[in-house]
Structure formats: C-alpha cells, structure tokens
Design a protein around this ligand. Sequence first.
Ligand code: AMP
Ligand code: GLY
Length: 421
Amino acid sequence: MNILMVGSGGREHALIKKLLESPKCTKLYCAPGNGGISRDAETVNIGAMDKENMVKFAKENAVDLVFVAPDDPLADGMVDAFDNAGIRAFGPNAGAAIIEASKVFSKNLMKKYNIPTAKYEVFDDAQKAVEYVRTQNTAPIVVKADGLALGKGVIIAQTVDEAVDAIKSIMEDKKFGASGNNIVIEEFLTGPEVSVLAFTDGKCVKPMVSSKDHKRAYDNDKGLNTGGMGTISPNPYYTEEIADICMETIFKPTVEAMNKEGRPFKGCLYFGLMITPDGPKVIEYNARFGDPEAQVVLPRLKTDLVDICEAVINERLSDIDIEWYDGAAACVVMASGGYPVEYKKGIEMFGLDDMGQVDGAIVYHAGTKYENGRFYTNGGRVLGVTATAPTLDEALDKAYAAVDKIKFDGAHFRHDIGKTK
Ligand code: AMP
Ligand code: GLY
C-alpha cells in the first residue's frame, strides 16, 4: 500500500515508525514531515492545512491510505476532503473533530449525556465572565479558550485577579485569536492525570495502554503549559478498577453521545482524565493521538497498525484483537531553550547518527530539519527521546542515558519525567 501521513511532529514520526513495521506498507509519504521523518519516509512539501494539494498529491501518487494526525487539519475537514475524493483516510471528519476543536461543544456534550467532568459556565462576553469569577470568589479557578490553541489555551488562575487577567487576555487582547471568542470557566479539580487514547469506529471502542503526559515546562510542574515535555506508559495511577469505571462512565457513553448527536467519531479518540476523589472525570477530549503520548503508546503496540486503521475505516474494529507488549516506555522531550515562549531555530544538533537515532533509544524527531547530512533544530519541541524496557524505572534510565548523548545549544528538558503526579 502507498500510505500518506499528514503532519510534521514527533507523534507523526512515531506513527511512521510503526507503519513501517507493517508488511502492507510498501511506500510511505509524509507531508510536510521533518528532518528525522525524511530519513524514514519520502517527505512532500505540502502544508498540513492544504487540503487541495494534499488530495491532488494523493490522487497523482495512487495513495491507498491517508493518516491525518494533527488537530487543525482534522477540524478543518481534511478527512472530509479525502472522503469526497474517494480516498480512504484515518481520522474523524470535521463534524466529529469538533469534540476537540470546541471546548464549549465538548462540555455541553458531557453535561447532556451525564459524562463526569468539572462543573463549568460558558461566556461570550468578557464583562460577564469577569463578574462571574468575582462573584464566585474562589480560586484556583480554570479559564479555557473555546478553540484550538496549541495546547496553551488553558489558564489555571491561582487568584481571582489572575482569572480576570486571563479572561481579558483571551477575550479582549485575543491572545489565541478567534479561539477566544468564547470561553469556558470551570471548577479546579485535583488528582493524578491519565491520558487514554482509544481506537473507535463509532461502534466499538478499544482503549490503548494508558500514559501520562507532563505538560509544564519545568521540573516539579513549574512554568507554563506546553504541548507536553515527556510521557510514560503505563500510567501507574490507571488501575484495572479505574479502567473499568472509565469504560462504563466515559468511553462508551462518549462514543454513543457522538452517534446520538449525528457526529459518529472514527479514528483515535483521546481522553484526558483526572482521577479525582469523586472518581475519574474528563478534563479534555482530543480527536487524535496525543503528542508525546503517541511516542510511548505506539512502541508498545504489537498489532499491525495498518490493519487497525483499515478496521476503523471499514467499521469492523470489533473483529480484530489489539495486542500490546508488556513492560513500559518513557519519552523525554528535548526542547529549544525558551520554549514555549520564544526560541531560536537552525541550531546544529550533535550525537545523532545519520538516521537521527542514538543507541539504546528510539529518537522521534519533532522540530528538526536535515540538510547536507546534518540535523538542525526547527521548532520548540525538538526530539522525543524514547526507550522501552521491562520496568518503568529502566525505561526512564535508558531514555535519560540517550538524552545525555545528544547536544545542541540551549537544549532544555525536564529531569523528572515519570516522577511527578
Ligand atoms: P487541557 O488543555 O484542557 O488538557 O488543559 C491543560 C491542563 O490544564 C490539563 O492537563 C490539566 O493539568 C489542567 N487542567 C485543565 N482543566 C483543569 C481543571 N478543571 N482542574 C484542574 N486542572 C485542570
Ligand atoms: N500531549 C497532549 C496533547 O497532545 O494534546
């Protein structure tokens, strides 16, 4: 099969390495890809949002299967464009991708179908939102931009004044553009966080092995929220008992709810959960693989990913068994100095071999480019240095040993992946 991956991050690199294991995959393209991906697949210079040229390329190159990995093209109807062209694409259509693209939609969905989540109010007017937080007079309180914001549209306000500032920066200064036309203000929940990605064809839902992201930029969960600084799998807080509760109260009801809304979800549905003292609750949905969750979940996948994609597209997911390797995986993200605010690009990287790898680890490339046999930084999150091992501690030791071999000016990573709640 000729397969086309849409996207350019570490998640896409992890998907590509898994697709390459499939005997069905004879040719792999990635648009636009990155430096590391260019060593594993043929990269194509088409932007991830360019539906027209993406479909044209797929037609001209007899692509059999497309995998749309990032949130923006999904929300913008990339899968719909391929459907209309008669080309099979893995991922939700725009109607279903709204579960991530609008927090107002997802919160209202959870309320309507009794899916456990934080209590909330929606506002389209900054003044009314400010009055609300002042009258509530409790903190911490959580302010969220409605739309997509690169994982940065959530502010945990520690005081009422901080909440007021957040409302103003999102709704008046438009820090996240039109994503902040509406906001959700919700109660602050506590407890360990768990990411559960699940395959669903709209009929059945098959959760993958659990994982845990580390979203803050610095050690001890200090600093700004990022796209994710590192992950582990499995998540020690996700017991079998909790998994059963999630299946019955969250996973199945969400897939059902989307069907009832006339928005059947097909693809990878990501449940961002918090295990609160009152049981597991949904913090957010994503309509795709998480990044860097994919980097620890996919290395543990035993079953052919192409088979799974086809089963989802053909709505035959219940027919296949999805198998996983025991043990654990850990991913440490190496970022550019200054990320997630300002950072330089084009810094040469050392310690990688000509395929961009190091011994003992799988290095997934995110913001990198490859020129004349050398790798350079090309984004905020640069590499996802990943290792698998029989135990989590060993996986972490291996991943950090690999990180030590890689050097670039300003490189920044967390030292406590797998150690915090
Ligand atoms: P989100 O983009 O919705 O996943 O939010 C980013 C991060 O903010 C989450 O991973 C949580 O750590 C935190 N967060 C979001 N909503 C809440 C909440 N209601 N209570 C506590 N923390 C939250
Ligand atoms: N790592 C969180 C996300 O992909 O949204």
